[in-house]
Design a protein around this ligand. Structure first.
Ligand SMILES: [Zn+2]
Ligand SMILES: [Zn+2]
Length: 257
């Protein structure tokens, strides 16, 4: 959403190689915590500059740092002051959810998506990752969501480019594919921690293996796990999904195909 330039103003002598690798580690840890989106760049001019998209205006503030980000920031602050410059709004990214309470969340991504994979089912907007819970063992690497997003967007790109259609198609569509199992595990964890449904969005193969049935003049998906008819939910004009509350799965509504 908010595009920013963060300038690192030198205040002490440093080893160039060590500092450059620290800058990359800092940026990656910010990406994994969700304080910056995945489209960042580090540019060297007179000083180092980190170009980033922030979900919220205050996302770069220390208050959102996890231990991993905090340790990199503290190390960098020994050598630099950090100055932030506003560069405008990044049109590749959506405005972010500011809801105090959320009734449900959907987890979804696609090949060119730079936003958070979690969207609020009340306002329809993405949710900054640092607002969500993470397992203790992921606090230091913090990269399990980032890893799934990279895997899914790579698979999606291969599928759209018509490479290995059967393999890439099945990975996106089948609930028990390695790719979807990785994502569903994250959605189930989030759902348990937040005590609200977190729907994992499945791709549909337009009726080849995914079943659709009519209910009261509308068509809904049949859940591929429990085989029950799914429930249509309208979040906004462009956000209409069928959901299964028992299996925490969702599809785009059939009328949207
Ligand atoms: Zn919201
Ligand atoms: Zn189900």
């Amino acid at each position: 959403m908010h595009f920013r330039r963060i300038e690192f103003v030198k205040k002490a002598e440093f080893d160039r190689e060590k500092i450059e690798s620290l800058l990359w580690e800092f940026a990656f840890s910010l990406e994994c915590s969700g304080q910056i989106l995945r489209d960042y760049k580090i540019i060297k001019k007179e000083s180092y500059n980190l170009y980033v998209t922030l979900p919220h205006e205050d996302s770069f503030d220390e208050i959102h740092d996890n231990d991993y980000v905090k340790s990199h920031r503290e190390e960098l602050l020994k050598y630099f002051n950090m100055r932030i410059f506003g560069e405008g709004i990044n049109l590749e990214s959506k405005p972010y959810c500011k809801c105090k309470n959320r009734s449900a969340i959907e987890m979804q991504t696609f090949s060119l998506d730079i936003d958070s994979v979690f969207s609020c089912c009340d306002c329809g907007m993405p949710i900054a990752l640092y607002e969500l819970p993470f397992p203790a063992e992921n606090q230091n690497t913090y990269d399990w969501v980032e890893s799934w997003q990279t895997n899914f967007s790579s698979m999606d790109k291969l599928w759209w480019n018509c490479l290995c259609d059967r393999y890439t198609g099945n990975q996106r569509v089948k609930p028990d594919s390695a790719l979807n199992k990785q994502g569903i595990e994250i959605a189930i964890y989030m759902s348990k921690e937040l005590k609200i449904p977190v729907y994992y969005h499945l791709a549909s193969d337009y009726g080849k293996s995914v079943k659709i049935e009519s209910v009261d003049n509308t068509t809904v998906h049949v859940c591929p796990i429990c085989q029950k008819k799914m429930i249509p939910v309208t979040v906004s004009e462009n956000f209409k999904i069928d959901v299964c509350n028992e299996c925490n799965l969702s599809y785009d509504q059939p009328s949207d195909y």
